[in-house]
Design a protein around this ligand. Structure first.
Ligand code: HEC
Length: 117
């Protein structure tokens, strides 16, 4: 019985490496200063990075309308708190200036299921 317990303990240990054991991976600190300067940058950064890293945003160049839709999507689909009109305008204006659609080589995020434009 003792041998079985020991074997189980060893297996459990081997099957559950702690995150500390993942070698060579250090999550990078992100800060608003990494985004283009502009009015609303800090507010937008802190609102939008509560749930995901910034790459998902900085790679998603959009028109102003596209960013407005994305904010709505974050609220309706992902449960982001609904910003009031002023705050929404501040964020959408900033996002459209900082991450315009033209800035991404493929012209912004595309729905892979939509017909090609
Ligand atoms: C309450 C959590 C939450 C907040 C706050 C939030 N998002 Fe998201 N966002 C998500 C989730 C969940 C996904 C989809 C899962 C994923 O791809 O990581 C997502 C995905 C995205 C995507 C990828 C496109 C898509 O439809 O999947 C973009 C772009 C994006 N978010 C932008 C933003 C912006 C801009 C803000 C700030 C206005 C924001 N998010 C704030 C939860 C959030």
């Amino acid at each position: 019985m003792k041998a079985i317990m020991l074997a189980l303990a060893l297996c459990a240990g081997a099957a559950a490496p702690s995150f500390a054991q993942v070698q060579g991976f250090t999550p990078r600190e992100e800060s608003p200063e990494q985004w283009p300067a502009g009015e609303g940058r800090d507010e937008t950064f802190y609102m939008c990075t509560a749930c995901h890293a910034t790459g998902i945003i900085t790679r998603a160049g959009q028109t102003r309308e596209g960013w407005d839709d994305l904010v709505t999507q974050m609220v309706t689909r992902h449960n982001m708190s609904d910003p009031d009109a002023d705050f929404r305008k501040l964020m959408v204006d900033y996002l459209a200036r900082a991450f315009p659609r033209e800035a991404t080589p493929q012209g912004g995020w595309r729905n892979p299921f939509a017909p090609t434009r």
